[in-house]
Write a protein of this length. Structure first.
Length: 254
């Protein structure tokens, strides 16, 4: 079982990406080489000390998909909030430009309409957008997708002389449509999410039912031999189901 014990140890060796890499788009985890032997040694010592290698392996294996699912749902919940905050920028910008305000003043007025809970990335993009408008150039490399589209329209207006007011209004309408579609998709996927959660918890319900009937399933699963093999194998199958269902639902929500 020691090769399997190296899997959770490898997870311990993966560190979180830096803030710069998160803003850069593609994210690749950074591995600390010195942490790999330390993680393997920790798992091995725990397995030998507790004489419960299956428990030591199954515990981190079950925790990893749970942590991944929670983090994925947090990111999915933050995306609509960031898009809704970004939608507050192009509308006032178009209104100020339509009223005859200079581009720099229009960008400053639109920046004042951002909600107080706007994400830091959005605020940095708005500051960069406003600074570029004051210089009479188009902003570059914005991290917020909604503002990236607004910046592309702004650059088209500068380079081709296209009136940008109507284009900004259309960009605001596009963001609103995306938010409504995302909300409808999230509501439609509530049933599959609940079903996936129930299916993931069914093994625990089976263990509880067996214990209520006097079958002592925990003693079997925590014992060496066939019980430990069943624990590791069952945990692996449940984790695979959780990851697969999370991927399917995530692709449907995208």
């Amino acid at each position: 079982m020691m090769p399997a014990a190296m899997l959770p140890a490898g997870a311990l060796a993966v560190s979180a990406p830096s803030p710069a890499s998160r803003l850069g788009g593609a994210v690749s985890p950074r591995v600390r080489p010195a942490a790999i032997p330390a993680g393997v040694a920790t798992v091995a010592l725990a397995a030998f000390a507790l004489d419960r290698a299956a428990v030591v392996i199954a515990g981190p294996a079950a925790a990893a998909p749970a942590v991944h699912t929670v983090a994925r749902r947090r990111r999915a919940g933050a995306a609509p909030a960031g898009a809704a905050a970004a939608a507050e920028f192009p509308g006032p910008l178009a209104a100020a430009l339509g009223a005859g305000a200079p581009p720099a003043d229009a960008a400053s007025r639109a920046a004042a309409h951002l909600p107080a809970d706007a994400p830091p990335e959005l605020r940095r993009d708005v500051v960069q957008f406003t600074a570029a408008a004051q210089r009479g150039v188009a902003p570059q490399q914005l991290a917020t997708p909604e503002l990236s589209r607004v910046a592309a329209l702004w650059a088209l207006s500068i380079s081709r002389g296209v009136p940008v007011t109507r284009l900004l209004s259309l960009a605001r309408d596009e963001i609103d449509h995306t938010l409504r579609h995302r909300a409808a998709t999230h509501a439609a996927l509530a049933g599959p999410r609940t079903t996936a959660a129930v299916l993931a918890l069914l093994p625990l319900a089976g263990i509880a039912l067996g214990a209520a009937m006097g079958a002592h399933p925990l003693q079997l699963l925590l014992s060496p031999g066939i019980g430990g093999a069943l624990l590791v194998g069952g945990t692996a199958l449940v984790c695979a189901g959780v990851v697969a269902s999370s991927q399917i639902i995530g692709r449907a929500a995208a």
